[in-house]
Design a protein around this ligand. Structure first.
Ligand code: SF4
Length: 199
């Protein structure tokens, strides 16, 4: 089983997901610290009923088929027994495919666990306090399943992808340990290593 939140990391940067799974690297930066604050309430296991909808907080979920497990920030359980996962994210209301894939993975887990269809979910954007509905289309489901397979392939020995410096690296909490400018293909450390045994 792999944590389904790593699907989000994989789509951000496959090396980031590999460093977390294979090397066990974890680091915090301002973004992760703010993310932790956003999740503070949703991380408290429990439930409440609001306007006839039961809100299940920090619900553990898993899928044997996809080899994923994790938890949903909130699952709304309607009177008819249907479920709708809601994921809390930092930032303004904006479509990010990595957030949608993470949410869709939660839906696939819920479908396997409860044996009923989960057609849509939502991302709650903390900064703008706005909610964005996400339909779990055939395409999004396919992309989620493909990403889950790619994530499992990272566990094959020697599959940690090399660093490739890009703008997203500046926001990455692993920047200080990954050192993409130095260790990337065109990085200084790589160039120096190649020259080491040249005559
Ligand atoms: S610093 Fe860049 S290359 Fe390294 S893990 Fe983060 S996003 Fe990926």
């Amino acid at each position: 089983m792999i944590a389904l939140s790593l699907l989000n990391d994989y789509l951000y940067c496959p090396r980031r997901a590999a460093l977390k799974i294979v090397e066990g690297w974890r680091s915090a930066n301002a973004h992760t610290a703010r993310g932790d604050l956003v999740h503070e309430h949703a991380d408290l296991v429990g439930y409440e009923v609001v306007k006839g909808v039961t809100l299940l907080r920090a619900l553990p979920v898993w899928s044997e088929r996809l080899g994923l497990n994790g938890k949903c920030d909130i699952v709304e359980q309607r009177a008819d027994g249907s479920h709708c996962p809601v994921e809390f994210k930092l930032g303004q209301r904006r479509k990010w495919v990595n957030d949608e894939v993470q949410l869709c993975a939660q839906a696939l887990c819920l479908e396997e666990m409860f044996g009923r269809s989960v057609p849509c979910g939502a991302v709650f954007h903390a900064d703008s306090k706005r909610r964005r509905e996400v339909d779990f289309t055939v395409e999004l489901r396919r992309q989620t399943e493909l990403t889950a397979r790619q994530l499992h392939e990272l566990l094959t020995p020697g599959r940690v992808p090399p660093a490739v410096y890009k703008p997203a690296c500046e926001e990455c909490s692993l920047f200080q340990t990954c050192l993409p400018k130095a260790t990337g293909e065109d990085g200084r450390a790589t160039r120096l290593a190649k020259q080491l045994f040249q005559t």
